[in-house]
Design a protein around this ligand. Structure first.
Ligand SMILES: [Zn+2]
Length: 321
């Protein structure tokens, strides 16, 4: 069984962290807001203490851009009043493309004989073989629900995945700890060497010897700066596993739940989180293979047993960046 490499597991944690932020932001909007803790984005600030926003000492769980976007939203800067328009009745609009011509499907209402209106999706590319052939909204959205429900893992699989993720997280913490320890030890060695060389300069009388010692000290000082730089980028993650993954895992457990909330924003969030790309739909056949976002892809691979989330063994050796 292949192991999930360090890079993929780091990406996975990054994605899950972003999911949690997005989902929590989303549910706050539907709750009408309220006080909330600010997610850590690698920056610290404390207006009360006169500390302006500056780089923090810990690894960020969300990018600064995402953090700022959420803050702006909470501060009301990006608040756009919810306005119902025609597209609200077609949640998949812009997200599902015609499998034949790759153009996004459009929406339309047709009025039946008795004046009742019926919603449809259809391709409107003139040259396409599917041009004008309508697909009932219930059909295409119903098949989408089926697709979403196939993404939901079994309870046992989800429990196993959660345990493995927790292991990977702890493994990552132990790597951070080992790296920090090794870097701190190297820093102490450098400082000791520098002071010894300084003493030798005092005893040296030949200019060539003094020059050689000075060169050594210069090299050590340079390495000291590099080690300090490495220490600043490899510090411990600021959040706990639960902070990063709890909300994301709830969504992962059942994406259909959020879809069924029927708020357009929730539905858009589902599309954004679950898929990497737009879905192709072929009338009369259904959806083509979807390209899933990393967490669902990892779960799928795990289900097939071909990957990847194996328990890490021991701490990896320190390597220079
Ligand atoms: Zn088409």
């Amino acid at each position: 069984m292949a192991r999930l490499d360090v890079e993929t597991s780091n990406q996975l944690f990054e994605v899950l962290g972003q999911w949690s932020v997005t989902l929590e932001e989303n549910s706050r909007r539907s709750d009408g807001g309220g006080p909330c803790p600010k997610p850590y984005a690698g920056y610290v600030e404390s207006p009360g203490l006169g500390v302006s926003r500056r780089e923090g000492q810990h690894q960020a769980i969300v990018s600064y851009a995402d953090f700022q976007r959420v803050q702006d939203r909470l501060d009301g800067k990006l608040h756009t009043p919810y306005r119902k328009n025609i597209n609200d009745d077609f949640a998949l609009l812009g997200f599902v493309v015609c499998a034949e011509c790759q153009a996004p499907l459009r929406s339309c209402w047709s009025t039946g004989r008795h004046g009742k209106r019926h919603p449809y999706y259809l391709c409107q590319t003139g040259a396409c073989a599917s041009y004008g052939k309508s697909i009932k909204r219930d059909v295409i959205e119903g098949e989408f629900e089926t697709l979403l429900s196939t993404l939901a893992p079994s309870e046992a699989l989800l429990r196993a995945a959660r345990l493995m993720l927790k292991d990977l997280w702890d493994h990552r913490l132990s790597i951070f700890a080992a790296q920090t320890k090794a870097l701190r030890a190297r820093l102490a060695d450098i400082e000791k060497d520098v002071s010894q060389y300084l003493e030798r300069i005092l005893d040296a009388s030949l200019p060539s010897v003094v020059q050689a010692i000075e060169a050594r000290i210069g090299k050590l000082e340079k390495e000291k700066v590099e080690v300090k730089e490495m220490m600043s980028v490899s510090s411990m993650p600021a959040s706990s596993f639960d902070d990063v993954a709890r909300t994301a895992l709830q969504f992962l457990a059942n994406p259909l739940n959020l879809w069924r909330s029927e708020r357009l924003e929730d539905r858009r969030t589902v599309l954004k989180l679950a898929f990497l790309d737009r879905l192709e739909y072929m009338r009369g056949e259904g959806y083509r293979t979807a390209s899933l976002s990393l967490p669902f892809k990892v779960l799928g691979d795990l289900k097939k047993g071909k990957s990847g989330l194996a328990r890490p063994r021991g701490v990896e050796p320190l390597s220079a960046p």
